[in-house]
Structures are given as structure tokens and as C-alpha cells.
Design a protein around this ligand. Structure first.
Ligand SMILES: [Fe+2]
Length: 374
């Protein structure tokens, strides 16, 4: 028997799309110990991530917060702080008002639903799953709430003010309530619906979003940029979302500058509409639809009519969130999902009962560099 240590590389198996689905992303990775990753194993995970965008590692119940943080950081070794930094004015921000930080690993956050007596140094934690009722203009009626659901908010994990978007996000399912399924309604006149597992996380591909556009629109998105609102999650806090969770209605409800925390104009972010994949060079249409504020055209013109800006972005993005392009991950305890935050959009989904306990750990780190355009 040889005593030479052999390095086993992880196996990568693309996800089998269900009947009727046209998703071309997602993979399961097996055969790797995430607590003790070699450089070669990491290189193969990185390659899989940038080719498949959403990768799933099963049975990671025992993964430590430290190993989760280290895997996340390995995609951007210079990055250090949580993707949203320190939440200024957390009371008015629409982001997880009850986000809990793991005390011994502050870049890792605990999210979910229900009461958790004790977890990773946190005691008596009350978690609340976001509900579209608090964000959408109109809602699924209360009596239908446990049977029907919506996409809550399509987004990129990103502060979009003073910090660059994280390269990747890791989500670990510690505890998942199982059993129910829900019908997801688009409620936008399209009559599109989807059968989804309770509390799924839904993903769509930015690359597909780009590929579905006409040649003229592809030219437009390759040459235009998006300016995000200052303090976007406070700015939009009184505004209301479209029923598809894909951006906001324009009703003049955004907070004026005078009601925002002080604005440092250097922190206002202007990014290309398309971001280049660091492994394949392919373009993804990556726009955070609810935080978008202005469009900068190739000739220097700036479109600052918010309603028009949102309508333009909506028309570009909507085709790619139709059911056949959505991957609704069916969470099982121990799933670790690693996703290319610069190549997909994702959304929380689902309406839980108060006693349905869901416990997840999330980690992402503000990017050390801005996204690269075409
Ligand atoms: Fe997210």
C-alpha cells in the first residue's frame, strides 16, 4: 500500500432540472471536507462555482462558523467586513431588522424563523422570516397565506453604498421545517405561478437574463451603467414592491435626502449593468432592481426619472424570472449553498407559521474590488 498522500478532488454533478424547467445552472459538490480544504480542492470548487453559479454541499450540519467564514473569504482574501458593513440606522433599514451575529464569528449571521433557545453563543433568539406583506404594495389575502406565497425581493447581496458587492454568499440550513409546499403567485397579470417548497430560496441566472435580451437591448445593457440610491435600504423603506418582488412601484414614497443619514457622495455607487464572470468571461445582467436610482447612458446622458428608470430595468429583467428559469432550492437540514452573488439574483420566498422553526447561517463579505464590466 502506498504511503503517498493522494489529493482527492471534489466531484461536481450538475443539478437535474425538473420537467418543464429550463435552468442551466446549479450543481452538487461531493467528496470534500470543508473544514480542511487544500488549495487544489478550493480551486476546483471555485471553478465549479463560476461555471454553475449555485453549488450545494450536502450534510454540512457540523460545519463550524469559522470554516463557513474561511470558505467565503477564500473567494476574496482581502475582504474582511460583512457585506452590509455596520448597519447604520438599523431601525429604518428594510434589511433583516432582527439579524443576529454569531458572537465568536461576527461575519456570520443567523437568520430564520421562530424561537431558538440557544445556538452558537446566542441565547433566546427570536427569528422572523421576512414576509411579502411588509414589502409588497398588495398582498396575498391572510386566509390564503399558508398556501400561497410570492417572491419577497429579488436582489444581489450588497450594501450598494460605500461597499462593493460580495463575490459569494454561503447559506447553511441548520434546521428546516419540512412538509408543506406553497403556490407562488406572480400576480402581475401574467397568470404565471410556481409550485415551491416551503421557505425555498429562489435563484435566477444573470447570464440567462442577459442572453434572453434582443441584440439591441444587449447593446444597451453592455454600454449603460446604474447609479444606486444613497443609503438605499433606508431610502426605499417607505416605498412598496411590485408583486413579483422585482423592484418597486413608483409612488413618490422614497425618503428625500433630507430624511436620510448624511450623504457622502463618494460612497454613491455607479456600476456597469453587466458584470463579467471571472472564470468564463461571460456577461451577467446584474442590477439590484429595488435600489436602482438612475441610469447613465453611453453618451453621458443620465436618466433620473425614477419611474422611467424602474420601467426600463423591469422590462430587461422580467423575462428571466419566469418559472422555467427559476431554481427554487428545496432546503434540507445540513445543506450548504454557495452562490455566485455577482452572477445570480435571489429571493426569499414563503410564509411560515410562528411555530415553524427555521435556522440558517449566512456569510458574505463586502468585495475588495468593484464588479468588472464588459
Ligand atoms: Fe440575500
Amino acid at each position: 500500500m502506498s504511503t503517498t498522500a493522494t489529493i482527492t478532488l471534489p466531484t461536481v454533478r450538475p443539478l437535474e432540472p425538473p420537467i418543464g424547467s429550463e435552468i442551466d445552472f446549479g450543481a452538487q459538490i461531493d467528496g470534500v471536507d470543508l473544514e480542511n480544504l487544500t488549495d487544489e480542492q478550493f480551486a476546483s470548487i471555485r471553478k465549479a462555482l463560476y461555471n454553475h453559479h449555485v453549488v450545494v454541499f450536502k450534510n454540512q450540519h457540523k460545519l463550524s462558523p469559522k470554516a463557513q467564514y474561511e470558505l467565503t473569504k477564500r473567494f476574496d482574501p482581502v475582504s474582511e467586513s460583512y457585506g452590509h458593513g455596520k448597519t447604520i440606522d438599523a431601525k429604518r433599514s428594510i434589511l433583516h431588522p432582527d439579524l443576529k451575529t454569531v458572537p465568536h464569528q461576527p461575519q456570520v449571521q443567523v437568520i430564520g424563523n421562530g424561537f431558538v433557545p440557544s445556538y452558537e453563543g446566542l441565547e433566546n433568539v427570536q427569528l422572523k422570516h421576512p414576509h411579502h406583506r411588509t414589502f409588497h404594495k398588495d398582498h396575498v389575502p391572510d386566509e390564503k397565506d399558508y398556501d400561497f406565497t410570492r417572491f419577497y425581493r429579488w436582489h444581489i447581496d450588497a450594501a450598494l453604498y460605500g461597499l462593493h458587492p460580495p463575490q459569494v454568499t454561503t447559506l447553511l440550513a441548520v434546521n428546516v421545517p419540512k412538509g408543506r409546499r406553497q403556490t407562488l403567485l406572480y400576480d402581475d397579470g401574467s397568470e404565471e405561478t410556481m409550485d415551491v417548497p416551503l421557505g425555498t430560496t429562489a435563484f435566477v441566472s444573470g447570464q440567462r437574463m442577459y442572453d434572453l435580451l434582443s441584440p439591441e437591448d444587449q447593446e444597451f445593457v453592455r454600454t449603460s451603467k446604474v447609479e444606486y440610491a444613497p443609503h438605499p435600504y433606508i431610502w426605499m423603506s417607505s416605498a412598496r414592491s411590485r408583486s413579483t418582488g422585482l423592484g418597486m412601484h413608483s409612488e413618490g414614497r422614497e425618503l428625500p435626502d433630507s430624511e436620510l443619514p448624511p450623504i457622502d457622495t463618494e460612497k454613491i455607487m455607479v456600476y456597469p449593468m453587466c458584470w463579467k464572470n471571472p472564470e468564463t468571461g461571460k456577461l451577467s445582467l446584474q442590477i439590484h432592481p429595488s435600489a436602482v436610482h438612475k441610469i447613465h447612458l453611453a453618451d453621458g446622458t443620465v436618466i433620473d426619472d425614477l419611474e422611467r428608470v424602474r420601467d426600463i430595468v423591469y422590462k430587461l429583467q422580467r423575462p428571466a424570472i419566469s418559472p422555467q428559469y427559476v431554481y427554487p432550492h428545496d432546503w434540507e437540514d445540513g445543506d450548504l449553498v454557495l452562490f455566485n452573488n455577482r452572477g445570480v439574483l435571489h429571493s426569499v420566498v414563503g410564509a411560515f407559521k410562528p411555530d415553524e422553526v427555521r435556522l440558517f447561517r449566512q456569510c458574505n463579505l463586502a468585495g475588495s474590488e468593484p464588479p468588472v464590466g464588459p
